[in-house]
Design a protein around this ligand. Sequence first.
Ligand SMILES: [Zn+2]
Length: 353
Amino acid sequence: MALIKEKAAREGKVNVFVTGAITRNIAGEELAPIGSLKQAGVVAITDDGHCVQNNELMRRALEYARMFDLLVMDHCQDYALVSDGVMHEGYWSTTLGLRGWPSAGEEMIVARNILLAETTGGRVHCQHLSAAGSVELIRAAKKRGVPISGEACPHHFTLTDAAIAGSEIFWRADGKGVFGFNDMEQRPAWPNYDTNFKMNPPLRSARDREAILEGIVDGTIEVICSDHAPHCDYEKEVEFDYAPFGITGLETELPLSLMQLYHTRKMSLPEVLARFTTGPANLLKLAKGTLKPGADADITIIDPDRAWVFQRADSGSKSKNSPFHGWTMKGKAVMTVVAGAVVWSEQNELAAV
Ligand SMILES: [Zn+2]
C-alpha cells in the first residue's frame, strides 16, 4: 500500500487511489483486516478478478465495511455457474463450439449483493456489468432504496458476442448496426476467434448491449470504466480457450462512450462526463470530479468531435490487446491537468515525435 502510493507519487502523473482486498490474498476464505486497510488509506475494497463465493463471508465483509464507511466493489461471477466458460452462453457459443459463460453467472451474484446490501446497509458496487438482467435487478433495488450501484465498460455497450464469429453479415442481422453512429464500412475485418474479443465478463447479446446503454442513460449505472487489462501478444496469440481474459481500454473509453451515448444523442455531454467524474467520486466519497470553485484543478480537456483512427502501434500502453484497432473514433482527450499543472498534452507529444 505505502509502496504503491510512493511509486505513484514518484512516477505517476495522475492521482492514484488504492483499493484493498475483501479477503486475505483475495482467496475468498477469510476476511482481510478491513479496519487496518481503511486506516492505511484505501478508498474501497474489492477482490476484483475474483468474487467472494461464500455469502456469509460477504455479509461479514459488508458489515465491517459499513462500520468504516467503505464501498465494497464486486466482480460478479458465480464460479459454479460459469465454470470454465469463455464467451457468452447463447447462439454464438453454440455455433462456434465454445464453452458458455451464462448471464445468470453474473445476475446470481448481483442479486446476492442486493440482498446482502439490503440486510446489512453496507454499500455494494457491482463492477463491469454485462447482462441485461443485472441492470434490471439493480434498477428495481435502487427504487426500494438499497445501497447498490453499477458500472459498465465501453466494450460491453459497443460490441456483442457476434464479434467472435468475425463475419460482417452477423453484425447487420438486427438491421440497426451494432456500432451506433460508427460507419459500418469503416470497420476493419477481423478473423474468427480473435482473442482480443475475450474478456471477463464476456461480450453479450445485442439485447444485453441495449440494456446496458439504457441503464447508463437512466442512471441505474453511474460509472463508466475501462476495466483496462493489458496482456502480452504472446499470451493472447493462442487458441481462444487458452487466452487470458481482458483487453486494454484506457485510450478508447472516452471516444467509445461519446460515440455510443453523446453522438447518438442518448445523453448530454455533461451527463456522459458525470459517469467518469462525479459518479465514481461520489461512490468513493472523494472530493474530486467537479470544477466548482475551490475544487482540485484536476482537468482533462477533450475535443468531443475529433475524428481519429485508433492504431495499436500508436498506443501509449506497452500492451496492444485491443479489439478496436483500426477503428475510426470520435472524441479525444487533448490535455491533462493535475493539481493545476499540465502533465500531458497531445501537442507536446506530437512535438516530441
Ligand atoms: Zn473484474
